[in-house]
Design a protein around this ligand. Structure first.
Ligand SMILES: NC(=O)c1ccc[n+]([C@@H]2O[C@H](COP(=O)([O-])OP(=O)(O)OC[C@H]3O[C@@H](n4cnc5c(N)ncnc54)[C@H](OP(=O)(O)O)[C@@H]3O)[C@@H](O)[C@H]2O)c1
Length: 309
């Protein structure tokens, strides 16, 4: 049922970012400046995307969300008074051009069962940020045919405006919808990549989805090593975090390969070389490769478990 995206859509994926942005402006709702967007689930990720959309100029009156928890609805209404909220998922789907699924994986099947007739009738673009549930499962739960579904794998730095995300579109998603999905996701993501096959979403999960925890572990180890080396915990932590941030900024602002950047700061017979040699002796590359493979494998397993519900 799911094919590669049509060639015009695939071409869009390979456009440079600047070209894509003007393309998006030309094709997203030409008569209407802003699409109506409904979030199912008003949790952390929905809040981050809504916050990003509103600060990028999307009117909050065109955004709605549903959440079962009264407390959560009240909290969001205090933050964004013009947003429509409801305890009933069907209420918000009713007039939406885009429906964003933002609930936990274990409740998604039930949630879709409740809104499937409305999705079938209106055929909005469905964006799922739910980890580990395949587009084919979502399509089947909606009730067949070919729904326009974009899977998105964001990450937690989205909560501080520094997210990275991977996107995958099913064949039914047209170019304008791809542009719209990217525009929405860019509200929380500074790096958004389209992948061609859905299985690559497992790789995105293993790199940027789970990745923040890898860096927390590395920073934790560095902080502890700094204390062993004689620094206070506070100083070791502050120096570690800033060094991580500084290295990331250099890498982000440079066109050079990461290996070249490393070599440039590693003088022969110097202190950094001594440290790098110790890391290579400790097989740091193998450790990272095993970690990414383990996350990718787990992502596939979870897709099987949840998809069979
Ligand atoms: N956080 C991340 O970094 C991250 C990264 C990548 C992907 N994701 C994915 O994003 C999705 C949302 O994550 P999150 O961190 O935003 O989770 P969250 O904070 O738990 O948000 C989910 C919200 O949906 C509500 N909900 C539960 N059942 C519902 C229903 N039947 N109808 C409407 N709303 C319902 C939940 O209410 P209750 O709390 O009362 O159940 C909760 O407020 C998850 O599938 C996760 O896998 C998250």
């Amino acid at each position: 049922m799911f094919r590669f995206a049509p060639s015009s859509t695939r071409l869009y994926r390979f456009m440079p970012a600047t070209e894509r942005i003007s393309h998006i402006h030309n094709m997203v709702s030409p008569q209407k400046a802003h699409s109506t967007i409904a979030f199912i689930g008003g949790g952390n990720m929905a809040e981050a995307i809504i916050g990003g959309l509103v600060s990028s100029g999307h009117p909050s009156s065109s955004i709605s969300f549903s959440d079962l928890a009264q407390e959560r609805r009240d909290y969001m209404k205090t933050k964004y008074p013009s947003i429509k909220s409801s305890a009933d998922n069907l209420d918000v789907v009713a007039d939406a051009e885009v429906v964003i699924l933002a609930v936990k994986p274990q409740v998604l099947h039930n949630v879709i069962n409740g809104i499937a007739p409305a999705l079938q009738a209106r055929k909005p673009l469905v964006i799922s940020i739910v980890a580990g549930i395949a587009a084919a499962s979502i399509n089947r739960w909606i009730g067949g045919g070919e729904s326009a579904i974009v899977r998105c794998m964001p990450n937690t730095p989205a909560l501080v405006g520094e997210g990275a995300a991977g996107l995958y579109a099913t064949a039914a998603v047209n170019e304008a919808q791809m542009g719209l999905a990217e525009k929405i996701v860019n509200a929380i993501s500074k790096q958004t990549v389209w992948v061609d096959t859905e299985s690559q979403i497992d790789a995105v999960t293993a790199i940027s989805g789970s990745g923040p925890a890898y860096f927390f572990l590395i920073m934790e180890a560095m902080e502890n090593a700094g204390v062993e080396a004689g620094l206070s915990k506070e100083d070791a932590k502050a120096l570690t975090i800033q060094t991580c941030l500084g290295a990331a900024k250099i890498a982000q602002n440079s066109d050079e390969e990461l290996a070249t950047l490393r070599r440039k700061v590693t003088s022969p017979k110097g202190t950094t070389e001594a440290a790098i040699n110790a890391m290579e002796d400790g097989k740091i590359r193998n450790v990272m490769a095993s970690a990414v493979q383990a996350a990718q494998q787990r992502s596939r397993e979870l897709a099987e478990i949840f998809g069979e519900q």
